[in-house]
Design a protein around this ligand. Sequence first.
Ligand SMILES: [Zn+2]
Length: 270
Amino acid sequence: MKLYFKIPGDFIRKPVILCILPMILFFILTQIPYGSYGTRIQSSLKSAPFQPLTVTGSGFVRNKNGKAILMCQSGSARKKIKIDKSRMRDLKAWKPQIVAYSRRHYMQNTSVLNPRVIVLHYTAMSGFPWNLVNSKRSAGETPGLASHYVIDGEKIWRILPDNVRSRGCYGINHVAINIEMVALNANHLQKKKKTMKTCAYLVKYLMNRYGIPLSKVYSHQDVAYMDRKRTPEVLDYVNGSPYGKVDPGEKNMRHIKLMIKKMKNFNVYE
Ligand SMILES: [Zn+2]
């Protein structure tokens, strides 16, 4: 490519028209679909959801090689949490079963999840919920129950990847990332402050990653009303009736959401 800089008249000659103008047009056109820098980040995250990356509260994203490490900063407090992948579901067996489940319950023939909401639960048991990893059936149909994450203290286990549907919350599995906190009941969880804090960090991280607002962080109890005014995403073609739940407790939800609200400076390394 040869450019002409001698006199202003030369500037509009063929090489400039053929090379620079198309480049400018290409740049402008590629910016239009993204609108703002923020949505551009979301878009890049969605296109490569499992690339190692770094997200900060200011919206800065960069690739970083390393293990699955979550590192957050809230005010002066720093947290370093690993996501343990040693107890994941066997995806080969899971995927065809969750496709069939999605077809029956949501009339959607897919296992793919594009997360739009996050639902919080307690496990209703005191030890690790192995049923979420191993169970084959629940309520007379396949697959077994499984959420995306299990949290106990500062420990986080990934059971399913974020882009695969779970069976953790009847009525919303087609759009939800499900997170379980290990606790017997709402009162037990209320005493497990570390577990709730880890949950707040994980939720904040997922909100950043998938562009989910705090108003779309639900309790299982919220979903169980099966009321579209309360949770517009709820849907089920097999049985859309409400079902009662105290999960993970209203006080606990308020506590976790308040912690998330307070997290202003936030860094994640995965
Ligand atoms: Zn639940």
